[in-house]
Ligand binder design. Sequence first.
Ligand SMILES: NC(=O)c1ccc[n+]([C@@H]2O[C@H](COP(=O)([O-])OP(=O)(O)OC[C@H]3O[C@@H](n4cnc5c(N)ncnc54)[C@H](O)[C@@H]3O)[C@@H](O)[C@H]2O)c1
Length: 268
Amino acid sequence: MNPIETRLMDLTGRVALVTGGASGIGRATAHALAAQGARVIVADINETGGWETADAIGTAGGFVHLDVTDEAAWCRALDYVISTEGRLDILANVAGIGLGGDFEDLALADWNRLIAVNATGPFLGCKHAIRAMAGSGRPGAIVNVGSIAATHAAPDLAGYCASKGALRMLSKSVALYCAHKGYPIRCNAIHPTYVDSEMLDPIAALYGSREAMVQAMAKLVPVGRLAKPADIAAAVVFLACDAAGMVTGTELFVDGGQTAGIAPSHFG
Ligand SMILES: NC(=O)c1ccc[n+]([C@@H]2O[C@H](COP(=O)([O-])OP(=O)(O)OC[C@H]3O[C@@H](n4cnc5c(N)ncnc54)[C@H](O)[C@@H]3O)[C@@H](O)[C@H]2O)c1
């Protein structure tokens, strides 16, 4: 990255909270925000992984236990951030779960869990982060990690698609709410394709090996590969920084072209 780009994405002095920071995209996001100068509080139900990420970041990192489905826990986590860091500038809602299978066998408990973690969690995060950010008068940014499943349905992922569709419209509504209120807080969503993270471990088992899964999935992505967690983290950094100051209520597909068009061959 050249010096001009580095300045554009500078986050020195900003305080960020990253949910799901113990693993995959959240961990990469925590590192990427810290690399741009932010102080980063990792939030997760996985304490061991969360502390590992925070420790790897070093003095700019911290950890707070947070179950994103629990409103009281959000209040405690944000109280902790404000009391230790003095403010919150960036919220990255990355925590999420994936469950799939035959729609007729989708258990109500699994549906409820998908909605709770993937939609209610970000809702609670947005609600309480806005309260924490609005009073500061400083620019705030919320970045919600959705999925291409937010806009493209799959027969074996109905609950996941529904939860990400909800997240998509939540993000747009929050953006308009903040603008309407005159809060200098932006809210956007990122929709990744398949990302080679721990979330795909159970799917790899179904393919027999990770290599077989990666090979099969890569064929579905026009650029011919899965995304890396760092690919998604870079997009979070962009939407969180002042270079994206006019960007709110929108969505960024980080999908190697997967949702851009239709099948490549129509002439045999
Ligand atoms: N991996 C993919 O292929 C892919 C594709 C598109 C979108 N996404 C989305 O990206 C986000 C991150 O996925 P990932 O690939 O890094 O998955 P991951 O499984 O590697 O990480 C998810 C993290 O969320 C945490 N988490 C789960 N439930 C939580 C809860 N109730 N409270 C707090 N933390 C909780 C987990 O402990 C874990 O650290 C998710 O929202 C996912 O839906 C992933």
